[in-house]
Write a protein that binds this ligand. Structure first.
Ligand SMILES: CC(C)(COP(=O)(O)OP(=O)(O)OC[C@H]1O[C@@H](n2cnc3c(N)ncnc32)[C@H](O)[C@@H]1OP(=O)(O)O)[C@@H](O)C(=O)NCCC(=O)NCCS
Length: 206
């Protein structure tokens, strides 16, 4: 049995693993970069550090282990400020330069990933005033296609609406056609700054 519940600190390792196993345009990114810690340190862990109250997991009711998550920040601009101050220095110290290339040669290179870790201003999208929140959602393969994605999005939209946040945005890899179909089905629309290479979608919270 699985349940959706609020994130708690002991989910941190599961969350990092879920991020890694879904980070290659929805597929497993294990071994794609020289350091498996990189993806979670850019796309998952800062979120649960900054706004744990806006993170929810799908967890096994017996073991408590998390198999999926949604995580949001309500105010992306405030998150960027926090990231500059609190996250970027440690990240830069842990990852001073790209490691040796792996056999995978990803489109999103390790140098670009490290750059993303130290330059949070990449998140200041043109539509921020209307869509101040953003989110990430990932489920392990065994939990996909069972309706949890829709329920996680409903949960975090309601939570953001309750805090007075009008709308949220997200970015996705162009190659992630499954995620694109999911977001389209849920009623997300393309934002003006969206491009073929870097799709960007938005939706009201209520
Ligand atoms: C994308 C993801 C979050 C969707 O969650 P999910 O639990 O698999 O999706 P759901 O079962 O809740 O589906 C919700 C709706 O979207 C549709 N949908 C989901 N995936 C789809 C796909 N690949 N193609 C077509 N429709 C899809 C479902 O048919 C369903 O429609 P319905 O509710 O009207 O019946 C999940 O599959 C996932 O984590 N994938 C890997 C990581 C990833 O790509 N994350 C997003 C990065 S931007």
């Amino acid at each position: 049995m699985f349940e959706i519940r609020p994130y708690r600190p002991d989910d941190r390792e599961d969350v990092a693993l879920i991020c890694l196993r879904t980070a290659a345009a929805g597929g497993d990114a294990t071994g794609v970069y020289s350091d498996d810690a990189l993806m979670p340190e850019v796309f998952a862990l800062p979120y649960v550090e900054f706004a744990p109250e806006l993170a929810f997991v799908v967890a096994d009711t017996e073991t408590g282990r998390a198999f999926g998550y949604v995580m949001a920040v309500a105010d992306t601009a405030a998150f960027v400020e926090w990231w500059r101050r609190e996250w970027a220095p440690g990240f830069a110290a842990r990852h001073p330069a790209a490691g040796a290339p792996t056999e995978h040669a990803p489109d999103f290179t390790e140098a670009e990933l490290i750059d993303a870790g130290v330059h949070p201003e990449r998140m200041l999208v043109p539509e921020l005033a209307e869509y101040p929140a953003h989110l990430h959602i990932d489920l392990l393969p065994e939990l996909q296609g069972l309706g949890f994605g829709r329920r996680l999005i409903d949960t975090v939209r309601a939570e953001l609406a309750a805090r007075g946040v009008p709308a949220l945005h997200l970015g996705l890899a162009a190659a992630n056609t499954g995620a694109r179909a999911f977001y389209d089905r849920l009623g997300f629309h393309e934002l003006p700054s969206s491009t073929l290479q870097s799709p960007r979608l938005g939706i009201a919270t209520s």
